[in-house]
Design a binder for this molecule. Structure first.
Ligand code: MG
Length: 332
């Protein structure tokens, strides 16, 4: 089978910057554009696999294109594209001890799986052990704005078929409570509302005060209330909080996931649908999911509007990878 795929002959990475339909504001800042990278792995047999560097917040996806072409790609030239484990060893030798490189490695990983799936005529989930569910439920994120605008956006997403929304909070307490209350009133009791503070709260006590204020609005989960390394405070908050705590920025790989679980710092782990890049590969992406299953710590997924290519390619590899990985995802 591998003979038909040939050898890796060329790897390119193309930065893409797209103006957003509207600016997106969170506790991380204001995003006016989405900058990411498209990775193409080509073989001498004429096959092409496509991956995406989807760290969209600060343009890392575009910036990392030079890392792909200049550092990660050269050791992979001539390799059998099915030797994905070897590809990771070579990439890890090329760039060690760097979380920042994970999204670039993940894009190559995604392209290799895409290529392998095309070569074999099979979905990527089959290569990863088979699908465990037929679909993945996503929520879409609501930018911080005037509450009326946030309500309108939430209504729009629900009308388009999303069964849940994730409301960005963390900049202004009174605004956040008013906005979440308005969205709950608009969606009714059945709509799923998650919130994401993106590390915007300064202490566990401040976070708990906010969480308690939001309890009447039936919040599904609270994502990343504190900075990533404050696991002891997150563990205290998890014990005290009446709403499950979900971690995102704290989990950049299997070791982070294990540390968070050991610390009792999270009830759930978030993986942005289009930004599931932090782990560096679909294999390590599965390990936190596996760890989480063992610890009864579900994974979840969401996306930022407008959805980048990964979500638009939902019939292709990425979502199928996620289907295999997210077997404990709650049915939002
Ligand atoms: Mg998040």
């Amino acid at each position: 089978m591998t003979a038909t795929a040939g050898r890796i002959a060329r790897i390119t990475a193309t930065p893409v910057t797209v103006p957003r339909v509207s600016p997106f504001r969170s506790a991380l800042g204001l995003a006016r554009v989405t900058s990411f990278g498209i990775v193409r792995v080509e073989t001498d047999a004429g096959l092409t696999g496509i991956g995406e560097i989807s760290m969209i917040w600060n343009g890392e996806g575009a910036v990392l294109c030079s890392l792909v072409e200049g550092v990660l790609a050269p050791p992979l030239i001539g390799l059998d594209p099915f030797d994905i484990n070897s590809a990771h060893l070579r990439m890890d030798q090329a760039v060690q001890f760097s979380r920042a490189a994970n999204p670039a490695k993940a894009a190559i990983d995604m392209a290799l799986y895409d290529l392998a799936g095309k070569a074999l005529g099979t979905p990527v989930c089959t290569l990863l052990g088979g699908r465990v569910r037929q679909s993945v439920v996503l929520s879409m994120s609501i930018s911080i704005a005037e509450p009326d605008a946030m309500v309108a956006e939430a209504r729009d997403f629900v009308a388009r078929g999303f069964r849940g929304v994730k409301v960005k909070v963390g900049l202004d307490a009174a605004h956040d409570v008013a906005a979440v209350a308005a969205i709950r009133a608009a969606l009714g009791p059945g709509g799923v509302i998650r919130i994401d503070a993106n590390m915007g709260w300064r202490s566990a006590r401040e976070a708990l005060t906010m969480i308690e204020a939001l309890v009447p609005h039936r919040i599904h989960s609270v994502e990343q209330p504190l900075p990533p390394d404050r696991l002891e405070e997150l563990a205290w908050l998890r014990r005290a909080s009446p709403i499950p705590i979900m971690l995102d920025e704290s989990v950049w790989g299997p070791d982070d996931a294990a540390r968070a679980i050991r610390a009792g710092a999270a009830a759930m782990s978030a993986r942005q649908g289009a930004c599931a890049m932090q782990h560096g590969s679909s294999r390590s992406r599965r390990r936190p999911a596996s760890n989480a299953r063992s610890a009864a710590c579900p994974n979840s997924a969401s996306g930022l509007p407008p959805p980048p290519i990964s979500l638009l390619r939902c019939r292709n590899s990425l979502i199928r990878v996620m289907c295999a990985a997210c077997s404990t995802m709650p049915n939002l």
